[in-house]
Design a binder for this molecule. Structure first.
Ligand SMILES: NC(=O)c1ccc[n+]([C@@H]2O[C@H](COP(=O)([O-])OP(=O)(O)OC[C@H]3O[C@@H](n4cnc5c(N)ncnc54)[C@H](OP(=O)(O)O)[C@@H]3O)[C@@H](O)[C@H]2O)c1
Length: 366
């Protein structure tokens, strides 16, 4: 289907930028809600060309600056009404994905921000595609279904709790909705290219540089890594085939999760990398770590710690039915693709980054 008018929030983000570019490439008219960063840069670094709002049309992208945390997204009443009346779909991708933020930040951006976007969509019953996270499942173990939401799970991070509350807002919306839940978004399927080295990439840097040598966790814990191009393709497909997607949730996940042993084995193939070892959480003693490592642990690793003991497997039956293509089950090959890209662009393999550099990558000390 072509010729829709689609509003995308979080349009300059890692996922949002790819969605914007692809929707425009398919002939849709895209209204990109930007916040602090005005430029929309694709995952491969290409800057998306934009036109002034008055010149928008099929295949073109125009930007509107707004803030989802504010009533009416911080827009004038006139502009807000124009948006409500003038779009056929909304993709809500704006959020903070940082770990370790204060709860107020998650609540204001991820929960209240979603409520504000739901309100906009509900004004004129505009179909809403909400970008959530597979980790709304919290620390659940075993098979997680796309229909599952509140099963009394415990949350490992404030981020996932906020996304869980946001999904509840979306499910209660007075407008048709579909939810796409990516797991951990990483480099493209073919080349491993990734625009932003955040979250698990930061952890990987600490591991491979030998700054963190022991971590509480289990070698059979599961990490689900999903290529960014697949996530964007699935979101666009949900936009295009909304009649089939309506009311459904889609796990945008990798072909199969990787165990931490898979990750360790892949890291061990690179002679310049240090490889951390996992210590049973009950035996791990943070006070016994060397002083430097203790700092890294407390400031960074502790935020991700629950991922080193999780064993969730995400069922993706709905996504398999709708997705235009599927991530390949390439196992350790895909890890090599991701690592090779990190080495190629110099993100991994150099040891000169100090703790200040690592803190900067994670958004500074908190
Ligand atoms: N990346 C992942 O691994 C991952 C995994 C699972 C789910 N997800 C979900 O996927 C979605 C997109 O994530 P992403 O990786 O693309 O995140 P991202 O790169 O951090 O992008 C988030 C976007 O939200 C915008 N934003 C922040 N505050 C805003 C505000 N107050 N008003 C309007 N826009 C605001 C940001 O704009 P500024 O930078 O200009 O402030 C940015 O463009 C999120 O909903 C996230 O929860 C991501």
């Amino acid at each position: 289907m072509s010729g829709l008018r689609v509003l995308v929030t979080g349009a300059a983000g890692l996922v949002g930028a790819e969605v914007v570019a692809r929707l425009a490439g398919e002939g849709h008219t895209v209204l990109a809600l930007v916040h602090k960063r005005p430029a929309i840069v694709r995952n491969d670094g290409e800057v998306v060309r934009t036109v002034p709002a008055g010149q928008s049309g099929p295949g073109l992208v125009s930007c509107v600056a707004g803030d989802v945390t504010k009533p009416m997204l911080g827009l004038t009443a006139e502009r807000y009404e124009e948006l409500a009346a003038g779009v056929d779909r909304i993709v809500h991708s704006a959020a903070t994905t940082d770990f370790g933020r204060r709860w107020e930040t998650y609540e204001s951006l991820n929960v209240d921000g979603t409520r504000n976007v739901v309100r906009l969509a509900s004004e004129r019953a505009v179909p809403l595609v909400h970008v959530s996270t597979a980790y709304v499942c919290g620390e659940r173990t075993g098979r997680v279904l796309e229909d599952d939401l509140d099963v009394g799970q415990r949350f490992g991070t404030g981020y996932e709790r906020s996304k869980f509350l946001a999904e509840q807002e979306v499910r209660a919306a007075a407008t048709p909705v579909a939810v796409v839940r990516p797991s951990m978004v990483v480099g493209t399927q073919e080349s491993g290219v990734i625009r932003d080295f955040k979250n698990m990439y930061v952890v990987l840097k600490l591991f491979t540089q030998g700054r963190v040598r022991s971590v509480p966790g289990f070698y059979d814990a599961l990490l689900d890594l999903v290529p960014v191009d697949y996530v964007a393709a699935l979101i666009c497909q949900v936009v295009n085939r909304f009649d089939e997607a309506r009311g459904l949730t889609f796990h945008a996940v990798g072909a199969a999760p990787h165990t931490l042993l898979d990750v360790s084995n892949a890291l061990a193939e690179y002679p310049m990398f240090e490889v951390p070892h996992y210590v049973s959480p009950s035996a791990f003693d943070v006070d016994a770590l060397p002083p430097d490592e203790r700092v890294y642990y407390r400031r960074i690793i502790a935020m991700y710690e629950s991922f080193f003991r999780r064993r969730a497997r995400f069922d993706d039956t709905n996504a398999a039915r709708l997705a235009p293509w599927r991530p390949e089950a390439t196992g350790v090959d895909y890890l090599r693709t991701l690592l090779d890209h990190c080495v190629r662009v110099g993100y991994l393999g150099r040891a000169e980054a100090g703790i200040g550099d690592v803190l900067r990558l994670t958004g500074g000390p908190r």
